[in-house]
Write a protein that binds this ligand. Structure first.
Ligand code: ZN
Length: 348
């Protein structure tokens, strides 16, 4: 994706890419009740491919007696875009980590390289991100009792495993987080991505959540969410036997839907070109008094149907607006055909 502007100035350019995220889990992990979307949250995140504006649908448990009453449930996928409250994406963090640990680049060198890639970033932000990266990979799960106390009462952990690799051949920043609390549990940079590399990370989290001598109860791992790479599936099956493993549907869908979305947008534009001239018809109809058989009223109804078909938009990736438009126009055309046939049948 192309990134324009903002290279020289201090001001960030307006967000050019947008993404809407909704939580896949709809029921409260603690009490099992359906959680309604309570509000939307907006975030902007600077990734290696430019500036993104995210709209997050946030659900909330409304059961007063539930330990998670009023706790926000944010989209599971949000955590793979960026750390909570972070302005820069995890991919930028992974890139900086790779440059530092494998290539020993200095902050000014990394800053320049990011600017050359079109990432609008100040040098002091590179320094901050470097510190964030070092903090992240230093997470040691060294105090399991405290971790369990922090996660108690939310009905378990839903573990997301994501690998961020800024470029082919680069090391991968693996992040294991709990999507319910948003907490990062473990992060490691690895050159490999085999089941043998990943199983120990899952085992470390599993062991930290299991009950120990410290007196806190074990926190069950309710499920794992990932993009479904074969090596991840094997690692999960080995380290967490019996724990359900689900593909991160939104990640998966978004990737799969990209070419469809482009084709759909084009088709919609072409369709719209062929359905012009509704307004002149409507204006012409305004002058007519209905002769009493409902014909003018019916014609107005058709115009309205066409106009609303043209203005309604589907929401990618789950609804393709071009396909939706085609469907609605076909329904209108079918209806007109039926009217015409009925009319012919009456002989005049
Ligand atoms: Zn609840």
């Amino acid at each position: 994706m192309e990134h324009r502007g903002g290279r020289q100035g201090r001001r960030r350019p307006a967000a050019r890419q947008e993404c809407e995220l909704a939580p896949v889990v709809e029921h409260c992990p603690a009490c099992g009740q359906f959680m309604r979307v309570a509000y939307l949250e907006h975030r902007t995140v600077v990734r290696l491919d430019g500036l993104w504006r995210l709209t997050l649908h946030v659900r909330r448990c409304r059961t007063v007696s539930c330990p998670r009453f009023h706790q926000p449930a944010r989209p599971e996928e949000a955590g793979v875009w960026a750390l909570p409250q972070a302005e820069f994406g995890l991919d930028v963090l992974a890139q900086i980590g790779h440059w530092r640990s494998r290539e020993q680049r200095s902050v000014p060198q990394m800053h320049q390289a990011l600017r050359e890639r079109g990432v609008d970033i100040a040098e002091r932000s590179v320094t901050e991100l470097l510190h964030r990266y070092e903090e992240l990979v230093a997470l040691r799960l060294s105090d399991p009792a405290r971790l369990r106390a922090r996660l108690a009462g939310q009905g378990g952990v839903l573990l997301a495993l994501d690998g961020l690799q800024p470029d082919v051949g680069h090391e991968v920043l693996w992040v294991l987080r709990d999507v319910i609390s948003g907490e990062v549990l473990l992060a490691r940079s690895l050159l490999g991505a085999t089941a043998d590399d990943l199983a120990p990370l899952l085992e470390a989290v599993r062991d930290a959540l299991a009950s120990g001598a410290e007196g806190t109860a074990a926190i069950p791992i309710r499920g794992v969410i990932s993009d479904g790479q074969v090596s991840i599936r094997h690692a999960v099956a080995r380290a967490l036997p019996g724990v359900p493993h689900q593909l991160c549907q939104f990640h998966y869908l978004r990737e799969a839907a990209k070419p469809i979305f482009e084709a759909d947008r084009h088709a919609k534009k072409e369709l719209k070109k062929r359905v012009r001239g509704v307004r002149p018809i409507e204006r012409a109809l305004e002058g007519y008094a209905d002769p009493g058989d409902g014909q003018v009223e019916a014609a107005r109804g058709y115009c309205l149907a066409v106009r609303s078909a043209l203005t309604d938009d589907g929401r990618p990736p789950l609804a393709a607006s071009g396909l939706q438009l085609k469907g609605r126009l076909e329904a209108i055309a079918d209806s007109l055909d039926r009217v015409a046939r009925a009319h012919d049948g009456q002989g005049g």
